[in-house]
Design a protein. Structure first.
Length: 315
């Protein structure tokens, strides 16, 4: 009996690992889809619209299941979710996609991975959590890595670095603000649903949103495929896989495998977009990723799903 349970546990662990790696690979395609859309004529702001609004319509299928939880939310909880959504989803997407345009998919995703470093700082300021010596050293490693990635010779690269760092700031605030607002009391799918839908609701108030979809409708069918890939493959599917994997793996172990996200982005950028960096910039990227990886191992932080989501309720 014990042997059977052990075999079942090992099998579940392998399935969870495959789900995590698949989710990370899916997230790694965001830079590729956004680059293709930019080459067709969409701006970083329009790409954000296509990602968030399309994803919101896709996840409306979750509404009947989540409705009993939604109607129990108070005004203060809605306000907390709205702030988290506008900063952590909308703000991160805008900064990230503009960073992809300026510096390429590989460096942009590496800069997004500075989020755990910013989480340390914001947790200390907003949550009064202490910063350990190990965490401080990892932060310095990431900062040094960022410095090396800035050694490109094009002026626009500097703007890309700034926007990439801002994407990390926004994403780190997604977790910190969520923890402060006690969103761990809510099921993770509910937090994901409201984060996407609230940002989409704001975007639907803007004329640029309808102009963007009007532009999309005039373009060939493969362009629609890029927009759908951005939202489905790069957003909805990886989140679903990640949450399923967390039912089979500890969050700390799961977060380690998300390193496949930047590796995928860099590999695809090299193979499909022929984007390359200098060797010193690659060293900087490696340092940032190592800092994120060691942070996950030592501190138990996850890159995509913050610690407070581990105490989720099952739906």
């Amino acid at each position: 009996m014990a042997h059977t349970d052990s075999a079942m546990s090992a099998r579940q662990s392998w399935i969870g690992t495959i789900q995590i790696i698949t989710a990370a690979v899916c997230w790694g395609t965001l830079g590729i889809f956004s680059t293709y859309l930019n080459q067709i004529g969409f701006s970083g702001w329009q790409i954000t619209i296509l990602r968030v609004v399309t994803a919101a319509f896709l996840i409306l299928v979750m509404l009947p299941k989540l409705w009993p939880y939604l109607i129990k939310l108070g005004l203060k909880q809605w306000l907390g979710l709205a702030i988290q959504s506008l900063i952590g989803v909308l703000g991160m997407s805008v900064c990230y996609f503009f960073a992809v345009i300026y510096v390429g998919a590989g460096p942009a995703v590496a800069l997004l991975y500075t989020a755990p470093v910013f989480s340390l700082l914001f947790s200390a300021v907003l949550l009064n959590e202490s910063i350990t010596r190990q965490s401080a050293l990892l932060a310095l490693m990431a900062v040094f890595g960022v410095g090396l990635t800035m050694l490109g010779d094009a002026a626009q690269v500097n703007w890309g670095i700034v926007l990439g760092l801002l994407s990390g700031v926004c994403y780190s605030l997604y977790g910190v603000l969520g923890k402060r607002a006690m969103h761990y009391a809510h099921p993770a799918p509910l937090v994901f649903f409201t984060s996407i839908v609230i940002s989409a609701g704001v975007l639907l108030l803007l004329p640029e949103t309808y102009k963007t979809y009007g532009q999309l409708l005039t373009l060939p069918l493969h362009t629609w495929g890029y927009a759908l890939g951005l939202s489905l493959i790069g957003t909805v599917v990886p989140f679903a896989l990640y949450m399923k994997a967390l039912e089979k793996l500890p969050a700390t172990r799961a977060s380690i495998f998300t390193i496949f996200e930047p590796l995928t982005a860099i590999a695809l950028a090299t193979l499909l977009l022929h984007q390359s960096l200098s060797w010193i910039q690659y060293v900087g990227v490696i340092l940032i990723l190592l800092a994120a990886l060691f942070n996950a191992v030592l501190n138990g932080n996850t890159t995509r799903v913050p610690r407070w989501l581990k105490r989720r309720q099952k739906i």
